[in-house]
Structure formats: structure tokens, C-alpha cells
Design a protein around this ligand. Structure first.
Ligand code: SAM
Length: 194
């Protein structure tokens, strides 16, 4: 049996969502794998915004995009994703087709610099405002590391309190059926009914 990872599942969902020229956000740049994937998906006419609190993450992401000769319009912020609503220009509000979060720490770096539940929830609230109608938000969460368990629990509770007339949410569990296994949260903004 072929098993695909949750990261691949997230990419698949996003590919189904996006078209050339779309605007997207990578809320946790890390080493730039998701940023590269997003840029390749939206192409040269797309707009990618990226956030990370660590300079190394911005450098790694920029280098990865440059190495692949990405032509996409890219704006990277060394800032918390909690600030995305103020940092992303107003003209893009309500026009972002996909936003990806991959929580936790930067692989190969200081494991104490992890995402925090409070700022993650603040960022998610901002993300729901930035999303276009029918846009999708994916959040990879890791309950297996210190702090990640609380963050995942709070994330599940946050999904529960979303207005079901405006958003749908789904949790996709890893095939490793353990409470500590990663999980993928998928939130979709519904379109307004006429
Ligand atoms: C698991 S990594 C992301 C992996 C990345 N998406 C990739 O494809 O390589 C998590 C990243 O979140 C970043 N991070 C932690 N707190 C943050 C915050 N408040 N705002 C933005 N990024 C944050 C960390 O610095 C780390 O680089």
C-alpha cells in the first residue's frame, strides 16, 4: 500500500485549490520547502508572502527560491505571522487563495524557537480575514514535542469555534495512529450565498 505523508496531502489540497497568478502566504518559512512549492504552483505571475521570526529561515528560503530561479513576486517578512494582517498590504486582504502553516521548530536549528499557541491562534484569526472566499488554510501540527501538544489542542478548539456558516474545518490524522502523531488541519472559507 502506498502511504502519502500529511505534508504531501497538504500539497495535494493546495494544488487543487490554486491556479497560476494566485496570491498565497507561507506563514512559517523554515527551510523554504513549502515556499518553493507554493511559488512553483502559482508561477511567475503569482504573489507569495512569507513569514518567519528567524533570519536563517528567510535566508534559507530565499536561497532555495533563487536556486530554482523562481520568477514569482516574493515578499518575505522577518516577523511573527501574528502580524500578517498589518504587514500584508490592504490590497491583498480577502484575496489570498491559500495559506500554509507548518508549526514547530526550524529543522537543524534551535529547537526552543518554536511556534507558540497564543501567536499561532492570533495568526490564524488574521489568516481567516486575509483568505479569499473559497480559499484554503492548512496547518501541520506536531503534538509530539513539548508545547506542540497544547498548541494542537488549542488549534482543535479554535476550529470548533469557527462560524460554520463562514468556514468548514477538518482534521486529517497521520496513519501512525498515536496521540503524538502529526495532524493536518484544513480550514476552508465558504463563499457568501447570494
Ligand atoms: C517546521 S518549520 C517550517 C517548515 C517550512 N514550512 C518548510 O517548508 O521548510 C517552523 C518554522 O516556524 C517558525 N516560527 C516560529 N514561530 C513563528 C512565528 N511566530 N511566526 C512565524 N514563524 C515562526 C520557526 O522559526 C520555523 O522556521
Amino acid at each position: 500500500m502506498t502511504r502519502i505523508s500529511l505534508a504531501e496531502t497538504a500539497h495535494q489540497l493546495i494544488i487543487e485549490q490554486l491556479k497560476t497568478g494566485d496570491a498565497v502566504i507561507d506563514a512559517t518559512l523554515g527551510n523554504g520547502h513549502d515556499a518553493l512549492f507554493l511559488a512553483q504552483t502559482i508561477g511567475a505571475t503569482g504573489q507569495l508572502f512569507g513569514f518567519d521570526i528567524q533570519e536563517a529561515a528567510l535566508n534559507n528560503s530565499r536561497e532555495r527560491l533563487q536556486t530554482q530561479q523562481i520568477q514569482t513576486s516574493v515578499t518575505l517578512f522577518q516577523a511573527s505571522h501574528a502580524e500578517m494582517l498589518t504587514l500584508i498590504p490592504q490590497q491583498w486582504h480577502g484575496k489570498i487563495q491559500a495559506i500554509m502553516f507548518n508549526l514547530g521548530y526550524l529543522p537543524g536549528a534551535d529547537k526552543t524557537l518554536i511556534t507558540q499557541a497564543a501567536s499561532t491562534l492570533q495568526a490564524l484569526a488574521a489568516a481567516t480575514q486575509l483568505l479569499a472566499e473559497q480559499g484554503v488554510l492548512t496547518v501541520m501540527a506536531y503534538p509530539g514535542h513539548a508545547g506542540g501538544d497544547q498548541e494542537s489542542e488549542q488549534l482543535a478548539a479554535w476550529c470548533q469555534q469557527l462560524n460554520p456558516q463562514q468556514f468548514s474545518s477538518q482534521i486529517i490524522l497521520s496513519h501512525h495512529d498515536k496521540p503524538t502523531a502529526p495532524r493536518l488541519f484544513v480550514i476552508r472559507k465558504r463563499g457568501y450565498l447570494l
